[in-house]
Design a protein around this ligand. Sequence first.
Ligand code: HEM
Length: 159
Amino acid sequence: MTKIKKNLIALLLGAGVIGGAITSSTFAFDDHDHDNHAKKGQHSDDLEEYMEELDASMKKIRRSLKKASSNADSLSHLEKMQLATVHCKSLVPEMGHKLKGQALKQMTSGYRIKMAEQLILLAQIEIEVLKGDNKKAAKMYKGLTKMKKAGHKAYIEDE
Ligand code: HEM
């Protein structure tokens, strides 16, 4: 498959994700299982695992985004981060253990919206790399660090 086709698929995936998040406030508890990791209302240690994957690739792209000669590497890590984000967004943070009913739905919907926004940003950074605008891609990286910080503040207790 060509890069352009892959990119198109990533964009459609992102658009579908956001459409779903906007149309349903109970999105996190949809009946659709996206894959084996995305069980209905699942509280999972997998979340930490996928977050570690995000972290490993994020460390790699911090430098690689700045250099056109590392674009192949950046694209590979951006794809890993997109896939990890898709997995993360269907899982329930640890803090959900204590919650139920409306409070749980509210927390998981808010969390999933943030994750979907992260997916969009990752696709936007990918687009700048593909266009060859490394300066812009490197600047957009800062948005990811902000999302990470804000996400952890809101969804990890004692953070
Ligand atoms: C690229 C961005 C991100 C990276 C690299 C990242 C990385 C990590 C890492 C390394 C951990 C495990 C260690 C720790 O507790 O610090 C973690 C945990 C966690 N992250 Fe992230 N994170 C990112 C974005 C986000 C966002 C946007 C959210 C929320 C919307 C989020 C929510 C969480 C939660 C809830 C946990 C704890 C796991 C649990 O509750 O089960 N993270 N993240």
